[in-house]
Design a protein around this ligand. Structure first.
Ligand code: G3P
Length: 222
């Protein structure tokens, strides 16, 4: 296995919901096995068990709530996420923004439960702030490029290199991913050139006519 990491966020795309989540995860598993690149998948909460119990690949929650066991209603409890088979979680996202205090509490909750943490950020300043909280990964994604098909690694290389530099300065143990508009092998190759260790992506794969072929292309230049 190389140290490159790809995390595929299924969001609430219909193509990545229910049995669709399993199918996309199976494509990820095949491509991960053939390429030696680690690929994780982040389905919706209700699909974590379905995916994790049928496909042998790392499953991430799309978020979690920093609540303990007990009198809490309507929350995503870390123990339930873990028992469903997740090995990690995304935390914060331009589509699900948290306060800094909640990001901090979510990282602590996930880490205490043994889950890997990927904090999404929207610019260099928030990447630096997230790094100070000590997650495993910071994933920088400029919101204006999310779902655009225009890859951050080409359209805004400065936000990637800036985040890599800031994160290294603040906490060298934290690794940087980048995302938004990534779909092709050249996008991933450019992301790695800029110093990130991988990508967080969604629509380019989940909504592709053939997700397996799209994933094959994604890993083709690494
Ligand atoms: O979390 C991944 C994401 O926000 C990027 O989305 O569709 O631009 O790959 P997309």
């Amino acid at each position: 296995m190389s140290s490159t990491l790809i995390v595929l966020n299924l969001k609430t795309y219909l193509e990545g919901t229910g049995e669709g989540a399993v199918k996309v995860a199976q494509a990820c598993k095949e491509v991960a096995d053939n390429s030696g690149i680690e690929i994780g998948v982040a389905p919706q909460f209700c699909d974590i068990y379905r995916v994790a119990s049928q496909v042998d690949l790392p499953v991430y929650s799309q978020s979690l709530d920093p609540v303990g066991a007990g009198s809490f209603t309507g929350h995503a409890f870390v123990q339930s996420i873990k028992d469903a088979g997740a090995v990690g979680t995304l935390i914060n996202h331009s589509e699900c923004r948290l306060t800094l205090a909640n990001i901090d509490a979510s990282i602590t909750t996930a880490r205490d439960a043994g889950l890997k943490t990927v904090v999404c950020t929207n610019n260099v300043a928030t990447s630096a702030a997230a790094a100070a909280l000590g997650p495993d990964y910071v994933a920088v994604e400029p919101p204006e490029l999310i779902g655009s098909g225009i890859p951050v690694s080409k359209a805004d290389p400065g936000v990637v290199t800036g985040s890599v530099d800031a994160v290294k300065r603040i906490n060298p143990a934290v690794q940087v991913l980048c995302g938004a508009g990534i779909s092709k092998g050249e996008d991933l190759a450019a992301a790695l050139e800029l110093g990130s260790v991988g990508v967080l992506l969604a629509s380019g794969i989940v909504k592709a006519a053939d997700p397996k072929a799209a994933l094959d292309d994604l890993v083709s230049k690494v």
